[in-house]
Design a protein around this ligand. Structure first.
Ligand code: AR6
Length: 191
């Protein structure tokens, strides 16, 4: 499934982002970069083998890059790919989506939009060609998948006007049912 926006393609893929061959992969982190569960834990484990060590590396990178100990929506931290280099990954970009707990409103949309755009802009600055995102906030943070997918589409369309180096953006869905739900939205033009 793919959509074109100018020179950019946005594709929905099914799979495990810790094995996805994009030059940058994005982590759905929390503001303290405590990669305790979900895709964050999976990325930390796959990248370093030792989750505690990857948390330490992430927090140190946050202090170096932002001079503080927590992230706002839209702010991002970059860590090296380590073992993910075997798939062609160069960077992991940590971003923080909103907590929804099943609810959705304009404020959550705006926070998610900022989280997505922050990662896209940083990846462009790092001159990567391809970037893969998980469905930020659609897991433990409990935001409705459909709204998350819609917000991705809006953010990618906006970003396509300023993109320089990025050509391919992937939304990698882990579960079969999420993948089918997102595909159905594309096929029905329900976005
Ligand atoms: N590859 C791709 N997607 C995945 C993978 C994977 N290996 N594993 C899970 N997902 P979540 P959030 C999907 O909960 O909602 C963490 O503890 C998952 O099915 O990882 O933003 C952080 O440290 C879902 O669709 O992130 C934060 O505290 C999507 O990734 C908190 O969870 C996001 O689910 C962030 O919650």
């Amino acid at each position: 499934m793919e959509l074109r926006f100018g020179n950019l393609t946005f594709k929905i893929a099914r799979g495990d982002i810790t094995r996805f061959p994009a030059e940058a992969i994005v982590n759905a982190a929390n503001k303290y970069l405590e990669h305790g569960g979900g895709v964050a834990y999976a990325i930390a484990k796959a990248a370093s083998g030792n989750v505690r060590e990857y948390i330490r590396i992430s927090k140190e990178a946050m202090r170096e890059q932002l001079g503080k100990n927590s992230l706002e929506h839209g702010e991002v931290v970059v860590t090296p790919a380590l073992r993910l280099e075997q798939y062609g990954v160069r960077y992991v970009i940590h971003t923080v989506g909103p907590y929804c707990g099943g609810r959705w409103d304009e404020d959550k949309r705006e926070k998610l939009r900022r989280a997505i755009l922050g990662a896209l802009r940083k990846a462009d600055e790092l001159k990567v060609r391809s970037i893969a995102f998980p469905a930020i906030s659609a897991g433990i943070y409990g935001c409705p998948l459909k709204e998350v997918v819609r917000t991705f589409l809006e953010a990618v369309e906006d970003f396509s006007k300023e993109a320089k180096s990025i050509k391919e953006i992937y939304l990698v869905l882990y579960s079969e049912s999420d993948y089918h739900e997102a595909r159905a939205m594309f096929e029905n033009g329900d976005h």
